[in-house]
Design a protein around this ligand. Structure first.
Ligand SMILES: [Zn+2]
Length: 221
């Protein structure tokens, strides 16, 4: 805890003072660019990753970057999404999975997490991902490759779940919103974005021109 308190002092004395204009502007309201949905994993820092400032990303985090389908749960996720889209009018929603995801590892090795009842219950919102992996990826026996496939498929499943939210469906219908599927590889710092044109995740560096339309027209899963 001491480490956090020291950090707080450094923030107030150095950062806040240096960026006083930014913080006084933010005190009057927020106009974030995007809703960023990612895993709670401590190794992901959305603002560091995208080099954004406070006020630029509206962030929703949970184990496994999961978006329960609309009406499936009385949780905060639906409210967070509705507020971001209908009130803050974000133009983009990014669902960002990541390598070495413990939640996705638990999804494909569910026998190892039976004692974690809350986690098991939560991962039911990724059952579609688990089913796709069980039925369509029997050719992959390498555990690392299977985990990568699970992380990627889960991003696509959660993007489809996003579309079940009325605010998202309406904004997509007005062409005022774009959905993006990303996977962050924490070993290298690379980000791979889903490209609906070839159905692949490609390095954002190499496909930056296409990233904005990465998930438009995702085929129904
Ligand atoms: Zn994770």
């Amino acid at each position: 805890m001491q480490r956090l308190i020291q950090g707080l002092h450094a923030f107030q004395n150095d950062i806040f003072r240096a960026k006083r204009d930014l913080f006084s502007r933010l005190a009057k309201g927020q106009h974030p660019l995007a809703l960023f949905i990612t895993c709670s994993d401590s190794r992901i820092d959305p603002c560091l990753l995208t080099q954004t400032e406070p006020g630029e990303l509206f962030i929703m985090r949970n184990a496994g970057n999961i978006v329960p389908a609309f009406g499936a749960v009385r949780g905060g996720e639906a409210a967070t999404i509705e507020y971001a889209v209908s009130v803050l009018r974000v133009k983009d929603i990014i669902v960002c999975g990541h390598s070495q995801c413990g939640a996705m590892q638990g999804l494909i090795n569910s026998d190892q997490i039976q004692h974690l009842t809350a986690v098991c219950e939560w991962l039911k919102h990724a059952e579609t991902t688990a089913r796709i992996i069980r039925e369509n990826y029997t050719h992959i026996t390498d555990p690392k490759g299977l985990l990568t496939a699970t992380v990627e498929e889960n991003v696509l499943v959660q993007l489809e779940n996003l579309r079940t939210h009325p605010s998202v469906a309406a904004a997509l219908g007005r062409n005022e919103l774009k959905l993006h599927g990303w996977v962050y590889k924490l070993e290298t710092g690379e980000v791979f974005a889903y490209n609906a044109l070839d159905g692949q995740f490609s390095n954002v560096e190499e496909t930056s021109g296409q990233a904005a339309v990465a998930t438009q027209g995702i085929p129904a899963i």
